[in-house]
Design a protein around this ligand. Structure first.
Ligand code: FAD
Length: 417
């Protein structure tokens, strides 16, 4: 096992003397899962001098062909990790968050993102291709000496390490960042399995050149309708349009998010929708189906020196675009707890859980509530939901964004520990 000499450890600005003590205890960390959460944690820990090994079940690293919205709270962490420039190069900055009626195409609410986010929250709101962000994280982690072992399935943990392909891998700290079907969570909390939410997402991208000019607004647009909604936004500086079309449906519960769907079926399912949505979905050459699962709030996120992070402990429905952002924040706060807080892995994990759990539970609940809003559920066939959206959208710029202050204004790099 390679242990870096103490002299090579680089401490972040402002790290206390306690940090040196903590890092002497955490020399080696194992992470299950090389998703966005696992790689962010790997990078953050490696930057503090920890020797990190990531075990990924997939035979090769990569991500699905879909987009990701990175709100200011996520961007603050990525910037702190030195990735802002790399992300900017592949991103698209939306002008507004827009909510539209899926049938008439009328705007119900419009909120400024580009003008306000930097000014109010100190970081931009960006859209990226998942594969681009994944690559950026993978490269940055590699440069910090992180080892990623693909084709390594983690089946559980022991008192001292992770079990990868049946072999115990010993480390001072073990992290389960292995997503909604986490093997680590299953061992830690066997009674709290993932549950299907009755929603299915169709995801895909369409080259902008294949669409009529100006068809899709340069915004994060949610087209709302009875029992379904569609999200559209640009990626890669505007070269691609990303779509997520969600419908309430219980006949598709396949947990694999890489399953191809039939674009003709997708189009038929949204046949009564606005012509712009028809044109967009009609231009999709491929689409992936993703059944949306949830998990009840877990009582705790750690067991000794093994802890959980991201979807493994708080899967968040995509209706606030915050699941990956929460995993990114987790990685930052966990690393800070290890370097600036408790001198033991177990203590730091408990401290991290206390800080993170209330926030992620609130986000999970807000995302669940948005399903009802976007699907125009509730009294009088959605009249109330429409009215709520309209009121939100009629507020002046800064006031309209206020409900998002606690989300976008959060700074995991400085939040009190
Ligand atoms: C349709 C949709 C749109 C979304 N849009 C957004 C958005 O705009 N913004 C946002 O912030 N979030 C969004 N999310 C949420 C976001 O995708 C997730 O919250 C995020 O990917 C979670 O990251 P993670 O690293 O925790 O888990 P994952 O991304 O699931 O990564 C887990 C990794 O662990 C690996 N793994 C699993 N089991 C094992 C094992 N036993 N052994 C080894 N490796 C294993 C997997 O192969 C994978 O690489 C969206 C989600 C959906 C469904």
């Amino acid at each position: 096992m390679l242990v870096r000499p103490h002299e090579k450890i680089h401490y972040s600005a402002g790290a206390s003397i306690g940090a040196a003590k903590a890092l002497q205890v955490i020399r080696r960390a194992n992470i299950a899962g090389a998703g966005i959460g696992g790689l962010t944690a790997a990078l953050a820990l490696a930057r503090q001098g920890v020797e990190v090994c990531v075990f990924e079940q997939a035979p090769a690293l990569g991500e699905v062909g879909a987009g990701l919205q990175l709100s200011p709270n996520a961007m603050k962490v990525l910037t702190n990790l030195g990735l802002q420039e790399a992300v900017n190069e592949v991103a698209f900055a939306p002008q507004y968050a827009r909510i539209r009626d899926g049938k008439s195409g009328r705007d119900l609410a419009v909120l400024p993102l580009k003008d306000q986010c930097e000014k109010v929250y100190g970081a931009p709101y960006l859209h990226v291709h998942r594969a681009d962000l994944h690559k950026i994280l993978e490269e940055a982690a590699g440069q910090q000496g992180v080892r990623v072992k693909t084709g390594s399935t983690v089946t559980g943990y022991t008192d001292v390490g992770l079990l990868a392909n049946g072999v115990e891998q010993v480390a001072d700290l073990n992290i389960g960042a292995d997503g909604i079907r986490s093997a680590i969570t299953a061992q830690m909390h066997p009674q709290f399995g993932p549950r299907f939410t009755g929603q299915l997402a169709w995801r895909g991208t369409v080259p902008t050149a294949d669409l009529p000019d100006g068809l899709i607004p340069p915004d994060a647009t949610v087209w709302v309708g009875r029992g379904s909604h569609v999200v559209t936004y640009y990626l890669r500086g505007g070269k691609l349009v990303n779509f997520v079309a969600v419908e309430e449906r219980d006949d598709w519960q396949n947990p694999d998010w890489r399953v191809q769907g039939d674009p003709a079926d997708l189009l038929a399912r949204f046949s009564g929708w606005h012509g712009d949505i028809h044109t967009l979905l009609g231009a999709a050459r491929s689409t992936h189906l993703w059944a949306l699962f949830d998990r009840p709030e877990l009582p705790d996120w750690s067991d000794g020196s093994t802890g959980l992070l991201g979807d493994a402990c708080h899967p968040t429905l995509p209706f606030m675009a915050q699941g990956a952002a929460m995993a990114i924040e987790d990685a930052c706060v966990l690393t800070r707890c290890l370097t600036q807080g408790s001198p033991s892995a177990a203590g730091a994990l408990q401290h991290y859980t206390r800080i993170r759990k209330p926030r992620t539970a609130r986000l999970q609940s807000r995302a669940r509530n948005n399903a009802a809003l976007f699907h125009l559920d509730g009294p009088f066939h959605g009249v109330v939901a429409r009215a709520k959206l309209k009121v939100a959208g009629s507020l002046p710029d800064r006031l309209g964004l206020r409900p998002f202050d606690s989300i976008y204004g959060y700074d995991a790099t400085t939040v009190a520990l």
